[in-house]
Design a protein. Structure first.
Length: 213
């Protein structure tokens, strides 16, 4: 284990805080803290205030549950987006991944996770009910299930399909260009874009996967 002999308790505490961030070890945390110490006071204050404003002022879009600066995010309020097509994703990072493909023009629905009994996450912990309400109220004609191709993702896909199958809506899923076991955020933009454009009926995909072709 690397030992650090800090000459300042304040420095040590700052390093400890930075080291709590994902992917940041003690050495990287120390480098970041020392960098901030070299900056002008106004720059450090702006840095800190920006983080505080983000924490206190950021919202969750009432329509799609994506993060937003306003009550309704810019994607849901965009008059040029296809409101009849909803892409269901696990997290806000997946929204960014799909947007980066520049192949999708509909809107989104962020579940806030996927069903995972091992982690204590069930259907009631996700935003599935509000998704069903949208479909029930005739707000969309197609729901694209764009979850990670893991066991948990497939379980969530199937659960949502069972909830929606009796409504007048097309339920589709990404073409299997995204490799089995992959999270959406790690798929390259070209592959993900093609998977969206070549999406298939969930029912047909389910039959082929579990009952043979």
């Amino acid at each position: 284990m690397i030992q650090h002999n800090y000459s300042s308790k304040l420095l040590e505490e700052a390093v400890e805080e930075f080291a709590t961030l994902p992917g940041i070890g003690k050495k990287s945390a120390l480098r970041l803290v020392l960098h901030l110490l070299k900056q002008e006071d106004k720059d450090v204050e702006q840095f800190g205030n920006t983080i505080l404003r983000m924490k206190h002022e950021i919202m969750t879009c009432r329509e799609c549950h994506n993060i937003s600066d306003t009550e309704v995010c810019h994607l849901c309020s965009d008059p040029y987006r296809d409101k009849k097509t909803i892409c269901v994703v696990e997290s806000i990072r997946d929204v960014m991944s799909v947007e980066n493909t520049q192949q999708y023009t509909g809107v989104y629905h962020v579940l806030g996770g996927i069903i995972s009994p091992m982690d204590g996450i069930g259907p009631a912990d996700l935003t599935i009910e509000s998704l069903e309400e949208k479909v029930k109220n005739g707000q969309c004609t197609e729901v694209i299930l764009a979850l990670s191709t893991t066991m948990e993702g497939d379980t969530t896909n199937f659960y949502i399909y069972r909830r929606l199958k009796n409504y007048q809506v097309t339920v589709s899923t990404l073409a299997r260009g995204v490799a089995i076991g992959d999270d959406l955020e790690y798929a390259d933009e070209v592959t993900l874009g093609r998977s969206i454009l070549n999406r298939t009926s969930f029912e047909e995909t389910f039959k082929n996967s579990y009952h043979g072709t």
